[in-house]
Design a protein around this ligand. Structure first.
Ligand SMILES: C[S@@+](CC[C@H](N)C(=O)[O-])C[C@H]1O[C@@H](n2cnc3c(N)ncnc32)[C@H](O)[C@@H]1O
Length: 385
């Protein structure tokens, strides 16, 4: 492996995320398979830094390139982006970065070398501030619920590289248990035998359902099935539903212990009052997962927040109808916008889960977040019927 290989892998991750709509936490694993752990770490770190500051980086390439950015070959543009991100770190001699990226560019096409060298050397002469910036509309939306210092703390923690979250029992190797979230661990290195990848915030949602072996539980928007697997392990009978057919089929292969149904949760194929407990882990903007999916900053806007908040509200009404009298509903979203969290459950007598979780209470519900503990951002509220 060479320095050029790691930059090339970083550029491939960026390309797949930017052009194919893939998620960085998924492609950063596949694109670094077979690399030694140190090179893989360099590639992932560079890809993440690039994705966090993509608008500033593209502005820089636009300004420093003799060619319009739209006319630069996609794979070359991704390499330039990675090069600019690495120069912006100011933690390695510029010449080494430029040399590695130029070598990777020449492998794409020998004629790319001079152009790449020219752009990166110009960037290196007047390095820009590439710190990731929270979009103004998001800051404004968060300020309905959070004070400025907390918004800043959330942003800073969301822009850091997280440890890996895993769930399981037994010898967790070098992974540390997360206080208050049974079975959740965080750490680095190979995943220990008997553990699965699952962020502690997501484990907390599964625990909040408190499913028991004699119960029938509905997981209403369940694919890819991370929490479904956790519910099945409790011994409860689990019905898992999702509107997305392909995702549902692959979730069913991954979690065969649940009964999988393709259906729109707003019009579920079950009689009212069927379930002892319902988990509504609703579709959302995902701003709680920015540590692992920084591209969400540039993918989602205020219209998405409004659209998804409306959908979550409709799913919640339907989920409540599925619940038997005396049953409980757990509403969760891996985001932190007030519109998708407290606003959705307002007026439903919601409460935080009966657990000693990291994070803090919201009115109503519970917030886990990277500035409050070693977790993704997640909102959880319980509604008793
Ligand atoms: C946050 S993800 C669920 C993650 C899942 N609970 C897990 O732990 O792996 C939200 C899911 O909602 C599904 N979805 C979106 N609209 C839906 C609808 N109207 N009815 C049911 N599911 C829906 C999406 O396909 C997506 O799989």
């Amino acid at each position: 492996m060479t320095a050029a290989d790691a930059r090339a892998a970083a550029a491939r991750i960026v390309g797949r995320v930017v052009r194919s709509g893939a998620y960085s936490n998924v492609v950063s694993r596949t694109e670094t398979e077979g690399m030694n752990p140190s090179d893989a770490g360099v590639a992932r770190g560079l890809a993440y830094d690039t994705l966090r500051s993509l608008p500033q980086i593209d502005a820089e390439v636009r300004q420093r390139s003799s060619r319009p950015i739209e006319r630069i070959d996609g794979a070359l543009l991704d390499l330039l982006r990675v090069g600019v991100a690495e120069l912006g770190r100011r933690d390695r001699p510029d010449a080494l970065t430029v040399d590695a990226v130029v070598r990777a560019a020449k492998r794409l096409d020998r004629s790319y070398g001079g152009f790449t060298n020219g752009v990166l050397r110009t960037v290196a002469r007047a390095l820009p501030d590439l710190r990731p910036v929270m979009p103004g509309w998001l800051r404004q939306e968060l300020s309905r619920e959070f004070a400025e210092p907390e918004i800043d703390a959330f942003w800073e923690a969301s822009m850091a590289s997280p440890e890996l979250g895993i769930r399981g029992s037994g010898d967790a190797g070098g992974f540390e248990p997360v206080a208050g979230i049974e079975g959740a661990h965080v750490g680095r290195g190979p995943i220990p035998e008997g553990f699965v990848i699952q962020d502690p915030a997501s484990v907390a949602v599964g625990l909040a359902v408190d499913a028991r072996p004699d119960e029938v539980v509905l997981d209403m928007s369940a694919a890819p099935g991370g929490k479904t697997g956790q519910l099945v392990e409790t011994g409860a009978e689990v019905v898992a539903c999702d509107v997305h057919e392909r995702r549902t089929r692959s979730a069913a292969r991954r979690v065969p212990g649940a009964s999988w149904v393709v259906a729109d949760g707003r019009t579920p194929p079950f009689p009212d009052g069927t379930f002892d407990a319902v988990l509504l882990d609703a579709p959302c903007t995902g701003f709680g997962t920015l540590r692992r999916r920084p591209e969400i900053i540039h993918r989602s806007g205020p219209d998405d927040v409004r659209r998804l908040a409306r959908l979550a509200g409709e799913l919640l009404e339907s989920a409540l109808r599925c619940l038997r009298p005396g049953g409980r509903l757990v509403y969760s979203v891996c985001t932190v916008t007030p519109a998708e969290t407290v606003d959705v459950v307002a007026g439903h007598d919601a409460r935080p889960p009966d657990l000693d979780l990291p994070g803090r209470a919201l009115d109503p519900g519970w917030l886990l977040a990277p500035h409050l503990g070693p977790t993704d951002g997640m909102f959880i509220a319980v509604i008793d019927r």
